[in-house]
Design a protein around this ligand. Structure first.
Ligand SMILES: [Ca+2]
Ligand SMILES: [Ca+2]
Ligand SMILES: [Ca+2]
Ligand SMILES: [Ca+2]
Length: 646
């Protein structure tokens, strides 16, 4: 054995393997010739036990007497697993997340000449921090004692990441919707979520989400300064967490819309950073609600937010150059129930279809209204509720599906309610002069007189059909917006329209209250690899506040049709979740809420290998019980996937 004390070697062994760290000695001296003590006298100095809160780190210095060359071996047998990092003789212990106070321990061995000459076991007491559930600074509604906050797979986090209080303080108003005959006294408009998109909006390498907030019924007048419909951005922190960060939108406080609604993303200005377009509804006037109109709102510009190269989005709505001359002008922009994005004229730049207007992009995010050139022009068909752009005949040129359009002029010729326009030529294939093929869709699920097609999307979902497939969501008019059925279509090799709806399994669970309980017909469709198995899944986010009375009638506001890899998709309600409802809060915890209910939830990729996590929200009051003076808080939270059993 050397007499030198200039080098000390350490070995850390933890349950996952052995790490070796080389570091300087614990002694500041470099002298030699010190007399060697007897080996059996070398011993670790006593270390105290450690007590700290989850996620905290503690650093301790390991020393032994007398101070001479030795190696350290650090190991852990018990769980939960600690983070153990040794630098020199300084050991940093990082505590994991826990949900109860728990204790664990690790062992330090002192080794000379390959032999353990001393060892010590250090106990670690990990204190649960219940506030870990709650977002920083959120002190309002707390979950009641006993409400489950995690399961084997999911964990509630960041409750109150955003919260909005709505006070029903107006005079009761007569709301007639959806028809002048459907009137009731109501205090309520309620806050809803209309749509969302994913994208790295601040260009930091992590995918964020933008959501659009809307107030229903959209026919009701309100103070839009107090309750502005808006687009909000939840930033992905890159470490499995999110935060609300509306400062990604420049001049955020001054951007108001009566009803921002559908929202889409594409890189309109060609700088490699995703941009956002949101449609805008407005307060619809008719004879039956005009007398109650407090603030007449004309049609509003859709909201165009373009990246500025500095991690922000800037309002560039004026660059849409959209005709806003008013609802009386048939060619002007009006109601914005629909919004589609795609390369309509096949020049490589993403364009916008508002449902009436075709806005062509010059590649820099400056648009020209070319509606009159297209088959979407008012003289043909107008104001579809839903549309989708994609390439269904696989010729490399964009096709357009449009649904629930209205006929504006008195004598339409060959008008179909739902139709697909297929590219037949090069260039601007969908212009009238280029004569795209027009294919009508089969009758709506609940019949032409009792159905709305609420949303449509295209994507490459099957291998056995050419080009993109189309998925649409249809709902009832009576009972209004009760039930939601997805249907899938494709073109075969001969460009015949074929229906593939039988590939969507368990569609029947969502047919509405006559079947398995009320299902909201309002929502948006998204394609993503939700379970990260390498195939695109179909995700349907609805927002109606489904009642959940029993497990087999529990249809959630999020429906994921998982791609089975064989061209079929299966929907099953998400189970094993820590469900929270309006009955989960302290003081309101008087009803059973063990049912696996799930409010409006947006899938977000927070880096978990098992799949997407959820950005969700819950209201504090059953909307049916709201009356004048009541406050309702909409509370946003993260339902995170769990990793490593924690
Ligand atoms: Ca980001
Ligand atoms: Ca951009
Ligand atoms: Ca284009
Ligand atoms: Ca095509």
């Amino acid at each position: 054995m050397s007499l030198s004390k200039s080098k000390v070697y350490y070995v850390i062994a933890i349950s996952l393997g052995t790490l070796t760290a080389c570091g300087g000695g614990s002694s500041e001296s470099n002298d030699s010739g010190t007399q060697a003590p007897e080996p059996d006298l070398v011993a670790l100095d006593t270390l105290p036990s450690i007590s700290a809160t989850e996620n905290d780190s503690e650093t301790i210095d390991i020393s032994w007497t007398p101070d001479e060359e030795a190696e350290l071996n650090i190991s852990q047998e018990s769980s939960p697993e600690l983070g153990l990092t040794l630098e020199g003789t300084s050991l940093t212990i990082t505590l994991p997340e826990v949900t109860n106070d728990v204790s664990t321990e690790f062992t330090i061995e002192l080794i000379q000449d390959g032999e353990t000459i001393d060892s010590q076991t250090v106990s670690v007491n990990i204190d649960n921090n219940p506030r870990q559930l709650y977002a920083q600074g959120y002190n309002d509604y707390r979950l009641a004692e006993g409400v489950a906050t995690e399961t084997d797979s999911w964990r509630l986090e960041n409750i109150g990441i955003y919260a909005e209080t709505i006070t029903q303080d107006g005079e009761p108003q007569t709301v007639c919707y959806p028809t002048p005959e459907d009137c009731r006294e109501s205090y309520a408009f309620y806050e809803g979520n209309a749509d969302y998109v994913r994208g790295d909006f601040n260009d930091d390498g992590h995918t964020d989400v933008a959501v659009s907030i809307v107030y229903f019924p959209h026919t009701l007048p309100r103070d839009i300064t107090e309750h502005p419909a808006r687009v909000m951005i939840f930033e992905n922190n890159g470490d499995g967490t999110m935060k609300l960060n509306n400062s990604i939108i420049a001049d955020y406080e001054n951007i108001h819309r009566f009803s921002a609604y559908r929202v889409k993303s594409a890189d309109f200005n060609g700088d490699g950073v995703p941009d956002i377009i949101a449609s805008s509804l407005y307060q619809v006037f008719d004879e039956w609600n005009e007398e109650r109109a407090e603030h007449e709102r004309a049609p509003e510009l859709p909201l165009l937010l373009l990246s500025n190269g500095e991690g922000q989005l800037v309002d560039a709505s004026n660059q849409l150059n959209l005709d806003m001359s008013g609802a009386d002008d048939a060619s002007a922009y009006s109601i914005g129930h629909n919004m589609s994005v795609g390369d309509i004229n096949n020049d490589g730049h993403p364009d916008i279809y508002t449902g009436l207007s075709v806005l062509l992009n010059d590649g820099n995010g400056v648009f020209t209204d070319k509606t009159d050139d297209y088959f979407t022009a008012n003289e043909q068909w107008s104001q579809p509720f839903a549309s989708a752009l994609g390439d269904m005949n696989d010729d490399g040129r964009t096709d357009l599906a449009m649904f629930d359009y209205r006929q504006v002029f008195p004598d339409p010729v060959d008008i179909h309610r739902n139709q697909l326009l297929i590219s037949t030529s090069g260039g601007a294939s969908l212009t009238m002069v280029n004569q795209p093929t027009i294919i009508p869709f089969p009758e709506e699920y609940w019949g032409a007189d009792n159905s709305h097609t609420n949303y449509a999307i295209m994507g490459d979902l099957t291998e056995d059909c050419p080009g993109d497939e189309l998925v649409i969501a249809q709902t009832r008019l009576d009972p209004y917006y009760d039930g939601r059925v997805l249907r899938m279509f494709a073109l075969d090799e001969q460009e015949n329209l074929i229906e593939l709806t039988d590939r969507l399994e368990n569609n029947d669970l969502r047919l509405g209250s006559e079947h398995y309980g009320y299902v909201s017909g309002e929502g948006s469709l998204h394609l993503m690899d939700f379970d990260k198995d390498g195939t695109l899944d179909i995700v349907d986010v609805t927002q109606g506040g489904s009642r959940c009375e029993s497990e087999n009638k529990c249809q959630q506001e999020l429906a994921v049709f998982l791609n089975q890899g064989d061209g079929t998709f299966v929907y099953n309600p998400i189970t094993n979740i820590p469900s929270i409802t309006e009955y989960s809060f302290e003081g309101y915890n008087f009803e059973d809420n063990d049912l696996p209910n799930l409010g409006t939830s947006y899938p977000v990729d927070l880096g978990h290998s098992d799949g997407f996590s959820l950005l969700s929200r819950v209201g504090t009051v059953n909307p049916d019980l709201l009356k004048e003076g009541d406050e309702e808080q909409m509370i946003w939270y993260i339902m995170n996937r769990k990793q490593n059993g924690l």
